[in-house]
Design a protein around this ligand. Structure first.
Ligand code: HEC
Length: 397
């Protein structure tokens, strides 16, 4: 570059042969927009939790910030590494290195907008699995945020099934994404009258110990569909618990009423029942002022041979890494995350299942930073910590 500049006569504008031609310059419309569409706008929209990328001029104004966040690896937020075990739409969650180079090169080269007629659009939103056989939705609810900006609210909602059925597909129906950080659907062992109220009930952390997770969603999360002929059993007249995590990130957020829910695909019978199992250490404590503190559980699985079709890593705010493997021969990587962003809790649905056989050990490791003086202990409140790898399994064929 320096050499080219010294050769070029200051009076003559650069020509194509000098490598500074507008045709080779990275531009927003042609080079950057498709990458942002693919990897960023699930959160950075007008109706999202992050500053909108809808206006080209505001993206241009953010180019230095884009460069520094991308360089630091904080954006896009950490997601499971597809090199460990590939999952559906992983190319949306992990920035390919060529795309990373393009974003950095564009910002360094002056962040030109380019010619709108050259605009390239990236992939659109992930398609819905609807029309649904059933929809779970409560009454509109206006969050009551605590001082930390959070409101965890649970609603007991009837599936409306007269007989036993199976859920073969689940999709979060997020009404007001600008205030919704995540949604979890649980199957409780029982529901009390005090929980069966239209305004729902407060349920901080990860629900109650007798609830098992059925579905989960965070910004851009994919619908959960099970392999052909497999489904989660739901008894006649069942109620499920919809847990909403609302977050107060802008002026007026507390004036919004949300009516999110879940769309369900339902079958009367299936060949294979889907169940969920939690793995991970409990009852641990993270010492104060610790960095990269690891807790691990290695449980031996005893049960029928199964295929793991999806997994949901779960920690709270102190998490910085998550690793899950099946210690079979050869070892199978299930989820590997270096980094953790509490507001990006994804549920990878595996392209190929992971085999789990009776006698295999499942190793679950969580890594935490705790800069505070006091210890952080295991618990369900947001200020406590958890380390769970929930897996969705079907009996092997
Ligand atoms: C899972 C949601 C999510 C995804 C995906 C995401 N971001 Fe973000 N981003 C956020 C949130 C939330 C904030 C605001 C809070 C913060 O700064 O951490 C943010 C902030 C930023 C900021 C700072 C904006 C400012 O006003 O200073 C930049 C720059 C940024 N993101 C770039 C990106 C880029 C580039 C991508 C895609 C390659 C991306 N983000 C993908 C959620 C996301």
């Amino acid at each position: 570059m320096v050499l080219l500049l010294t050769i070029a006569c200051p009076a003559t504008p650069p020509t194509d042969s000098e490598g500074t031609s507008p045709a080779e310059e990275l531009t927003y419309y042609r080079d950057v927009k498709p990458i942002l569409d693919r990897s960023c706008v699930r959160c950075h929209t007008d109706a999202g939790t992050a500053p909108s990328f809808a206006d080209p001029l505001s993206v241009q104004a953010l180019s230095a910030a884009i460069s520094s966040y991308v360089q630091a690896g904080t954006m896009p937020p950490a997601a499971p590494d597809p090199a460990c075990h590939d999952y559906e739409n992983s190319d949306r969650y992990v920035l390919a290195s060529a795309n990373r180079e393009t974003l950095l090169g564009w910002a360094e080269g002056g962040a030109a907008l380019g010619d709108p007629s050259t605009q390239v659009d990236g992939p659109g939103v992930i398609p819905s699995i609807g029309p649904f056989d059933a929809e779970l939705r409560g009454e509109p609810y206006q969050p009551e945020f605590g001082n930390d900006g959070n409101d965890y609210r649970c609603f007991a909602l009837p599936v409306g099934n007269a007989g036993a059925v199976y859920l073969t597909g689940l999709e979060a129906l997020v009404d007001r994404p600008e205030i919704v950080h995540h949604v979890v659907l649980f199957r409780p062992s029982s529901v009390s009258d005090s929980q069966r109220v239209p305004e729902g009930f407060s349920c901080s952390g990860f629900g109650q110990s007798d609830w098992s997770v059925v579905g989960a969603w965070a910004s851009g999360g994919t619908p959960l569909t099970f392999p052909e002929g497999a489904g989660v059993p739901v008894e006649a007249g069942a109620e499920l618990i919809l847990q909403m995590h609302y977050f107060n990130s802008f002026e007026g957020a507390d004036q919004i009423a949300d009516q999110s829910g879940y769309g369900l695909l339902v079958a009367d019978s299936v060949e294979r029942e889907v169940s969920t199992m939690p793995f991970g250490p409990t009852g641990f404590s993270i010492p104060g002022e610790s960095e990269a503190y690891e807790v691990t559980d290695r449980s031996r699985y005893r049960g029928a041979d199964v295929d793991i079709v999806a997994a949901f890593p779960h920690m709270h705010q102190a998490g910085v890494g998550f690793h899950m493997t099946v210690e079979s021969d050869p070892e199978q990587c299930v989820v590997d995350m270096n980094g953790w962003y509490f507001h990006n809790q994804l549920l990878p649905v595996f392209s190929d299942p992971v085999e789990l056989k009776s006698g295999d050990r499942v190793s679950t490791t969580c890594v935490y930073d705790n800069p505070e003086a006091g210890a952080v202990s295991f618990g369900e409140e947001t200020g406590d910590e958890m380390c769970f790898g929930f897996v969705w399994v079907v009996p092997s064929e």
